[in-house]
Design a binder for this molecule. Structure first.
Ligand code: SF4
Ligand code: SF4
Ligand code: FES
Length: 258
């Protein structure tokens, strides 16, 4: 739909389009569009004629590509949301921020120690955190962002890793941070430090990796590769299948390939 270029002060209430669908006025990068009131920002932009090449990925609230900033007239509050998850509201002034630059340290995780000194060495700006909580209030995933930054500053890497686990790297916390901290990159560093240097190693995984390296499964894989399609389908259909809701330990009766 084309913009009607109305004065923003005029007619900012709900109306209907030619199909009788209730519409609301929104302002995309300063230009007015009247869009159905049931749409997300993302669908409203497409309805308005925008082709989303950047700022659009999964459409399901997971990829973090569609960060959007908006504000209402006369409101002092800057609001943020994911365009694919946030419904339009009358008189939203919005723009997308598909990418927000943040300091990204260059390291080999094998060379790092899981300590607060290491985190500060990689991201010294973390020391400037003033505890304003703007990052938490901006988070599109309801993550306690300030809490994980505080945990990282205390050297509680496990807590920082666990609290930041759901981060989708939309960058909106970083866009709002007065201390210019790239929170999501610090979260990634903590998760890497935790998983590489602190989590207990899985013994059965290490054992299986050694078996694969030693070629234990080469013969079986070779047999499978040489089978014709019909034989392969028969073997697949006759395989032992783990029960869907098995609460007890289960293993196939033929253990020759384990
Ligand atoms: S927005 Fe920045 S300064 Fe404020 S609490 Fe979060 S990390 Fe600290
Ligand atoms: S922590 Fe920051 S980058 Fe991660 S989801 Fe929340 S707002 Fe987005
Ligand atoms: S398009 Fe992926 S989070 Fe919105």
């Amino acid at each position: 739909m084309e913009s009607n270029d109305k004065n923003p002060e005029e007619s900012t209430t709900e109306e209907e389009n030619i199909e009788g669908v209730p519409t609301v006025p929104i302002f995309i990068m300063g230009k007015r569009y009247d869009v159905p009131d049931s749409l997300t920002i993302q669908k409203a932009m497409e309805y308005a004629g925008y082709q989303l090449i950047r700022g659009c990925g999964c459409r399901g609230g997971i990829c973090g590509a569609c960060g959007t900033v908006y504000r209402f007239p006369d409101s002092p509050k800057i609001e943020v949301g994911l365009a694919c998850q946030t419904l339009v509201k009358p008189n939203m002034y919005l723009t997308q921020i598909p990418f927000f630059p943040a300091n990204r340290a260059n390291y080999n995780i094998e060379d790092l120690q899981p300590t607060v000194d290491e985190i500060v060495r990689q991201y010294p700006e973390i020391l400037k955190c003033m505890g304003c909580n703007t990052c938490t209030k901006s988070c599109t995933m309801d993550i306690e962002v300030m809490e994980y930054i505080s945990a990282a500053l205390r050297g509680d890497i496990e807590k920082a890793a666990r609290l930041s686990f759901d981060c989708i790297m939309c960058g909106l916390c970083t866009a709002r941070c007065p201390a210019e901290i790239g929170q999501y990159n610090i979260g990634i560093l903590c998760r890497r430090l935790f998983s590489r240097h602190m989590m207990p190693k899985s013994e059965h995984l290490a054992k299986r990796t050694e078996e694969i390296k030693a070629g234990k499964f080469e013969k079986m894989l070779g047999e499978l590769k040489r089978m014709d399609k019909e034989t392969l389908i028969k073997v697949y259909e006759e395989r032992e299948i783990e029960p869907d809701l098995s609460e007890e330990y289960w293993a196939p009766s033929d253990k020759s390939h384990l």
